[in-house]
Design a protein around this ligand. Structure first.
Ligand SMILES: [Cu+2]
Length: 179
């Protein structure tokens, strides 16, 4: 698993990045030929695209992490996440409870079928519980995603300012710097 991931990282660092990603990602995102959301990682058939979260104001809080997963292989499941900087990470969904949007854990994890699965504000998200320190904008947070089939996939989550709607974009030549 580690070897596959590190070879994927070398691939990401190479100048061929734009070509490889545009082949793996839907044609509806032509911007990927020029720039890639920071933190995008390839692990086996899975591409975790642009993991991001918002800055927080203090410790002992929660934060929602968003990203897309492009799966070119068999169906997988995102089970949970771990990291040194928070107590636990679980997949949540938003449900409409009598007109009030509430979130709750997704029992059995998030299905990741072939194609694109989106975790985004108002929908599925990865909830980090028990943050040990405030998340500062411009920094990154190491998170290990746990997939049922692909296993552990480490990602660096971009911490954005309040009100941001996605990960910062990086051009392939700047990829090393941004990560
Ligand atoms: Cu949540």
């Amino acid at each position: 698993m580690t070897r596959r991931l590190s070879s994927a990282r070398r691939l990401l660092a190479a100048s061929a990045l734009a070509v490889g990603l545009s082949a793996a990602l839907p044609a509806t995102r032509p911007a990927f030929a020029d720039a890639v959301p920071a933190g995008t990682v390839v692990a086996g058939p899975l591409t975790v695209v642009g993991p991001w979260t918002r800055a927080t104001a203090g410790a002992g809080r929660t934060s929602a992490v968003y990203f897309s997963i492009v799966n070119t292989g068999p169906a997988d499941t995102l089970l949970s996440a771990t990291g040194d900087d928070f107590a636990m990470g679980e997949v949540h969904e938003h449900v409409n409870d009598g007109g009030i949007m509430r979130m709750r854990p997704v029992e059995g994890g998030l299905p990741v079928p072939a194609g694109t699965t989106e975790l985004k504000p108002g929908g599925y998200h990865l909830m980090l519980v028990g943050l040990k320190a405030a998340l500062k904008p411009g920094e990154t947070l190491p998170v290990i995603l746990h997939f049922e089939k692909e296993g552990d996939v480490p990602v660096m989550v971009s911490i954005t300012a309040m009100g941001a709607t996605g990960a910062p974009m990086v051009t392939p030549t700047e990829g090393g710097k941004a990560n």
